[in-house]
Design a protein around this ligand. Structure first.
Ligand code: GDP
Length: 481
């Protein structure tokens, strides 16, 4: 619980049960090995099979990554517009898109898809990806080279003729599946997997369509969703996924800690904040407040919800009007780390615990690293802070999150924490109950397909298997439990 970072004479496993490998230049990415001094040891152990597949992936990425002979060869093919020889290296290009929490979740999803399909994941750096994340794979780069020939990513949208969905719709692959001659298949295709995708795009989640995609060396993917749960519903990947993740609700926990290491500038924000405000307290509680309203707030119904939840679930003490008489030698301290675009909630809670004593005598401190007032997706320092705050939340002992927010999902997954999630208020009214404990620490897939690929009809994909359920915070979403 809490406490200062462990000193070096009490060594913790820097490699997170084999998730991480040695051989990186430590100074270039301090968080990779220092995070273990700030985080509690995870109680979830990655499977030996996952570790084996990660090592194989790293070798593949090194062989096929940017500036290799094989990479150059497939680029030549791509430029010529041909798709003839069986390519040795196949790729998924991830397009940088949407808020930072969304990006982290889609990147993890795309990596898992790459792992399942033996593809190499390359990352469009957008405005700030290289500034936020260290390279995760040794002796190579995951950043898409700037001279990559397809660069009209902004034109890749729902309506694009290059999208797989539209190609299916327009019958480009007349007798789809195995029968299509390779000459008719383009060297690259755009996969539109964001929330507004259509029925044809959703066929991505059908085994049969994957057979065709297998023949396309370059898949360019745009998504703002954690689409992992639907991969678990595909018979083609069932066995492999079960071997990779015998405990299914640990997918993001393991992949997240494998992939996402804050760069030194972000790590500085995390480390200094943690050491200044969280390291010395007995216990910490993270409260992530995300309000989806057009006005900035603060809103009374949200404050009532936060206090209602923490009181009902006994996460924070009540206050009393009675001043305690004695002064004990040892006073338990608890820090509340609030993240929110608005400063009103933490000010209110801080005042409450200043103006009144806690009934259990605890001393409560309240901290909020930033209040950026509104979402600014493209600004660099803004996203550095957002990433640092997600990370800080993941270091707390107990977590309270907001519905529908990927920001909170990232924190819970990295931290291996099952938060209490606050239900989304309707009509500016505090929901009753205000919150509940989640079933698992996995993120929610907000826009899953509801389609039975075999029967070719609609189906409730949240009722097919016991380990893919509807989410606590979104009736139609899917999550692994
Ligand atoms: P979501 O919209 O809650 O799912 O989370 P995203 O991370 O995808 O997008 C929200 C964006 O708004 C973040 O990336 C931040 O840029 C910003 N944001 C939202 N809440 C916070 C917060 O508590 N702190 C900071 N620093 N930024 C936030």
């Amino acid at each position: 619980e809490g406490g200062p970072p462990v000193s070096s004479n009490a060594p913790k496993d820097r490699f997170l049960g084999g998730l991480l490998v040695d051989g990186f230049d430590e100074a270039s990415c301090l968080s990779r090995y220092q995070s273990v001094m700030f985080r509690k040891v995870s109680s979830y152990i990655p499977s030996p099979y996952l570790l084996k597949r990660l090592r194989n992936y790293e070798a593949l990425h090194k062989r096929c990554g940017p500036a290799t002979e094989l990479y150059n060869k497939t680029i030549d093919q791509l430029k010529s517009g041909r798709n003839v020889e069986s390519a040795e290296c196949n790729y998924v290009v991830w397009i940088s898109y949407s808020g930072l929490g969304n990006r982290i979740l889609t990147l993890a999803s795309s990596f898992l898809y790459a792992l399942l399909t033996n593809r190499v994941l390359l990352v469009d750096r957008g405005s700030d990806m290289a500034d936020l994340f260290c390279e995760p794979f040794p002796e190579t780069s995951w950043l898409l080279p700037l001279d990559f020939p397809i660069n009209q990513f902004s034109s890749f949208q729902k309506e694009s003729s290059e999208s797989y969905g539209n190609m299916l719709k327009n019958n480009v692959f007349a007798n789809s599946g195995d029968g299509v001659p390779k000459g008719k298949i383009p060297p690259y295709i755009y996969l539109h997997l964001s929330h507004d995708y259509g029925d044809h795009d959703k066929l991505f989640f059908c085994d049969e369509e994957q057979l065709l995609l297998q023949k396309i060396p370059w898949l360019v993917l745009r998504s703002d969703n954690y689409f992992v749960p639907s991969l678990f519903l595909m018979p083609a990947y069932e066995k492999e996924l079960h071997q990779l993740f015998p405990k299914r609700d640990t997918v993001f926990h393991h992949l997240g800690r494998y992939l996402f290491h804050p760069t030194n500038s972000v790590w500085g924000l995390v480390k200094r904040y943690y050491l200044a405000y969280l390291a010395k307290v007995d216990e910490s509680v993270g409260i992530q407040i995300r309000v989806f309203e057009t006005e900035p707030g603060p809103f009374q119904h949200v404050l009532d919800q936060i206090l209602g939840c923490t009181r009902k679930e006994k996460l924070l003490p009540d206050v009393t009007l009675q001043e305690p008489i004695g002064l004990t030698a040892y006073i338990r301290s608890k820090a509340i780390l609030v993240t929110s675009l608005n400063s009103g909630y933490s000010e209110n809670i801080r005042n409450m615990y200043w103006e009144n004593p806690a009934t259990n005598g605890e001393i409560i401190s309240v901290y909020q690293p930033s209040h950026e007032e509104f979402q600014q997706t493209e600004k660099q320092t803004h996203n550095r802070k957002a990433w640092a705050e997600m990370y800080l939340l993941s270091l707390t002992d107990t977590l309270v999150t907001s519905s529908w927010s990927t920001f909170g999902y990232v924190a819970q997954g990295l931290g291996g924490l099952k938060p209490w999630i606050m239900f989304k208020p309707e009509n500016r009214t505090t929901p009753d109950p205000p919150c509940r404990r989640v079933m698992s620490m996995e993120p929610c897939f907000h826009a899953p397909p509801f389609y039975d690929c075999k029967a070719k009809t609609g189906i409730d994909t949240g009722a097919l298997v016991p380990y893919v359920r509807h989410c606590e915070d979104m009736d139609w979403g899917l999550k692994l439990v």
